[in-house]
Design a protein around this ligand. Structure first.
Ligand SMILES: *Cc1c(COP(=O)(O)O)cnc(C)c1O
Length: 469
């Protein structure tokens, strides 16, 4: 593909993308293909000779698109949304075009300095403490692993980095029974072993019970085990439950335990001053993360990770081979030392495009509308009378189930049927969770282009699906 062809093809792709967004509501939200259907359409061997763009692009449209679930569809109510937006997509195209490896300042000074600045912007937008230092990571899972490693090194005076774990050293880490599975994954990778994780009981609203946390810490101390880190969640994945950060933080201070906060989804709502009460006590945290790639109109991947002790972070991760040393190392940020990756994508650019395009107020208006729509949807469920709300709607996730009076016993399977029939219609996509053992439907309203009309249509679709049960 020479540059003349490239220019033509790029125009074609640009038009395709704009058309896709114009017509996105006509695609089935959840891909309707059978397992391995796409695989069977892909040749077993790679082509030995190059093919034309026309041919490849046609296969993209005919084969690949059939197997896509449309995350940017306004009726995508599943999991947590991962919303994109026009400015974010434009920036991502430029990032791909530049193809820069932003590992140290010298490999692209603008990438390092823009990252420093947009992380400050985000902290200001969210009302985070002034002594938080930010860095972009690929995902929340990676940021949580980084937090565990920082805690490990601080408490062992950087000895595990040098010598590995000492034989008699035993650590415990704490989260709630509702914490995201990235806690468990991080603990396995960081070498603590899964059995070092204590899952603390939650209250009726699925939030960690601080008294139970303190008991568990005391129990570990009495056994000669060092309490190392508590991971609190602002907005759990199941039900957006809010752990009581201040109380947990005070316990952490008392026992000299690292406090890591996972606000992957709900952290985005902190751009709304009226929602900041949800993170009361955040200044007690040693590390904090949230995912602009979930709800802040910045396409995947982009996790904002903040730490209080920048020196500790850098000391945990730094490497200094001779060929990467430069004369500017003291005055600039070399982000390869702020996490796991050496080579890094230029992710700050899309945040910069998004924040400047919408402005803080523009972003606030969009998130406020999502929250309003979630409460509106909850209102429809309550008015109807046949539904049960199963968790507080703390932001924009509604957890509920359909409970027709005549079918007490079989509610789990009725709700599963209802969800499957909605998802198979291709008109909307929702997922489920279990809360206190109850099969629970989750509807998250956070799509970039979702409006009240989509929610009304979804409500009609639900009624129709219920009649057909
Ligand atoms: C989505 C989510 C994660 C995982 O996010 P990744 O960026 O995909 O690793 C972690 N914690 C919570 C609370 C989440 O909602």
């Amino acid at each position: 593909m020479d540059l003349t062809d490239f220019r033509t093809n790029m125009h074609q792709v640009a038009d395709w993308i704009a058309d896709y967004y114009e017509n996105i509501a006509q695609y089935p939200v959840l891909s309707q293909v059978a397992p391995r259907e796409i695989l069977d359409k892909l040749p077993a061997n790679p082509p030995s000779e190059g093919e034309t763009f026309e041919h490849i692009f046609a296969d993209f449209q005919d084969v690949i698109m059939k197997g896509m679930t449309h995350w940017q569809h306004p009726n995508f109510f599943a999991y947590f949304n991962a919303n994109a937006s026009p400015p974010s997509i434009l920036a991502e195209m430029l990032t791909a075009a530049l193809g820069a490896q932003c590992m140290i300042w010298q490999t692209s000074p603008a990438a390092a300095e823009l990252e420093e600045r947009v992380m400050e912007w985000l902290a200001q937008m969210c009302g985070l403490p002034a002594d938080f230092h930010g860095v972009i990571q690929d995902t929340a899972s990676t940021a949580t692993l980084c937090a565990f490693l920082c805690a490990r090194e601080r408490f062992t005076n950087y000895q595990v980095n040098e010598e590995g774990f000492a034989n008699d050293q035993k650590f415990a880490l704490y989260c709630s029974t509702e914490t995201h599975s990235s806690a468990e994954k991080g603990i396995k990778i960081a070498g603590f072993g899964r059995n070092s994780l204590r899952k603390i009981q939650v209250d009726n609203h699925f939030a960690m019970i601080p008294e139970k946390l303190e008991q568990a810490i005391q129990q570990d101390i009495s056994k000669g085990i060092t309490p190392l880190c508590v991971m609190a969640t602002i907005g759990t994945t199941s039900s957006t439950a809010i752990d009581p950060v201040r109380k947990i933080g005070e316990i952490c201070k008392k026992y000299n335990v690292w406090l890591h906060i996972d606000a992957a989804y709900a952290g985005n709502a902190m751009i709304l001053p009226e929602k900041r009460y949800l993170m009361d006590g955040v200044e007690l945290a040693d590390s904090y993360l949230f995912n602009p790639h979930k709800w802040l109109l910045t396409n995947f991947d982009c996790t904002a990770f903040y730490v209080k002790d920048k020196e500790n972070l850098i000391r945990t991760f730094e490497i200094m081979p001779e060929y990467l040393k430069t004369k500017n190392d003291q005055v600039v940020n070399n982000y390869r030392d702020w996490g796991i990756q050496l080579g890094r994508r230029f992710r700050a650019l899309k945040l910069w495009f998004v924040i400047r395009t919408y402005g803080v107020e523009g972003l606030q208006n969009i998130l406020r509308e999502h929250i309003r729509l979630a409460l509106y949807f909850e209102g429809l469920l309550r008015k109807d009378g046949r539904f049960e709300i199963l968790a507080p709607t703390s932001i924009n996730l509604v957890c509920f189930r359909y409970c027709p009076a005549e079918n007490e016993a079989d509610l789990d399977s009725i709700n599963k049927q209802l969800m499957d029939s909605i998802n198979q219609s291709g008109k909307a996509f929702l997922t489920h969770t279990k809360l206190k053992g109850i099969y629970t439907l989750r509807v998250v309203i956070g799509q970039t282009f979702v409006n009240q009309g989509h929610i009304d249509d979804f409500w009609l679709l639900m009624q129709k699906s219920i009649r057909a049960l």
